[in-house]
Design a protein around this ligand. Sequence first.
Ligand SMILES: Cc1cc2nc3c(=O)[nH]c(=O)nc-3n(C[C@H](O)[C@H](O)[C@H](O)COP(=O)(O)OP(=O)(O)OC[C@H]3O[C@@H](n4cnc5c(N)ncnc54)[C@H](O)[C@@H]3O)c2cc1C
Length: 464
Amino acid sequence: MPRPPARVFAEIATADPPRGPRTVMGRAVVLGASIAGMLAARGLADHAEEVLLVDPDGDPTGPEPRPGVPQGGQVHALLPAGQVQLERWFPGITATAIREGAVPPDPATVELWVNGRLRPLPATPQDEPTLVTTRPFLENLVRRATTAVPGIRVVAGRAEGLVFDGARVSGARVRVGDEVVTEPADLVVDATGRSSRLAEWLGQGGHPRPTWQRMPIRLNYASALFERDPAISDAGVVIATSDADDGRVARQAGIQAVENDRWIVLVAGYGDDRPTRDPADFRERCSRDFPAAFGDIATGARMIGDVVTYHQADSRRRDTASLRQLPAGIIPIGDAIASFNPVYGQGMTSAALHASCLSAYLRSAPSLAEPARGYLDDVQVVVDAAWSISTLADLRLPHVDGPYPRGYPVASWFGRRLQAASFTDPELNRRLSAVTMMHEHPSVLARPGTVARVLRGERGRPVG
Ligand SMILES: Cc1cc2nc3c(=O)[nH]c(=O)nc-3n(C[C@H](O)[C@H](O)[C@H](O)COP(=O)(O)OP(=O)(O)OC[C@H]3O[C@@H](n4cnc5c(N)ncnc54)[C@H](O)[C@@H]3O)c2cc1C
């Protein structure tokens, strides 16, 4: 009997340390050395004699933005479930980050605004500092931890295709300088992000091409760094979100206090609501559209560098049916399997949970001569979880017209009621947050106790 998704998710999202190495292969090749690729490599290192990470950007030494991650200049929030996975694979990484300048926000300086109302924050254990950093800082931290693991090596190269041995993938073709070399592998991991060419590469080998399911969100991001000054604001983490109901314009914004005494500030809109690189436009949006802290910082603090913009046309996930046709020897991970509207902050945490799926699969001592069904089944549970949360919200955007999931009208109605009830019911707030922070699978919200509590609109009285 298939395991219920909530149970699979709980096993994947575990904080338990991985249970010791168990070698099942000689060599793994991971294409793409970003968050997904590095976490995959860390998990693989327990099961392979050698793990080769391939990335055109090689092994950058400093915490700088880099060409292979063009979104790296934008606000990047790591959800708590992602932090749990980072600690699981690299014990002590949060403490290292804080030693090196990451700012664990004082809960008193954290605010979440929804449609202009301040939403109470669910209680979190005081002894668990939150990791809040810029994306290059986090990536550098993870890179140093990954490359310190015995057996993992990084080469500067660009994957150009796969190598096939009969029905299975047996390596990758990699351009290193002027040369194209073959990197043989027992398992190839595609961690090349949203622009993955996996479909094209599989097609070249005569295999079915995995297709994307897309939701056109037309999201526009702009972020800028500012010198942090307590005389201007004490903001630690501030998130402001408004939906398009009741005549409002759907917009998002965020402030994070980050390393090196800076704030990174984000403003985002949809469709033709497009923040530009003009600092005056950025300041005006902060002051006009969002709570006071945004205007205070944007107009009062010194901007460091330029406003950087990013447009994301769609959320996308690989079609489940086409993933079931993947040959042996290859798996996609991270954004190469699904990427979502980034305002929900799910990307890096999803990548970490995919790496946990990979580790669980390898621990089951699979035959690598067969397609990696065990991995793909578990990873679908993680993708479904993130997709259902982000697209349920995005289907309320006026310019988004599908694809609608089965049961959408009921799910949408229930989601709104749950959201409203969570403002006044701390227990519902906690349960909803556990799902949006990716600690738990969304199906837990359909448990009778939670449904009853939402429908009765009760406050405080324990029902479920
Ligand atoms: C604007 C924006 C904001 C975001 N904000 C958040 C956030 O707040 N929180 C969050 O969790 N996530 C966020 N994300 C998502 C997050 O960036 C990704 O989900 C995350 O980086 C995991 O991606 P990845 O490792 O799969 O791919 P990426 O990080 O995109 O990396 C892909 C890697 O593949 C390499 N590569 C590309 N082509 C090749 C090739 N041919 N051969 C070898 N290597 C190759 C690249 O150099 C790069 O290193 C945001 C995304 C965007 C676009």
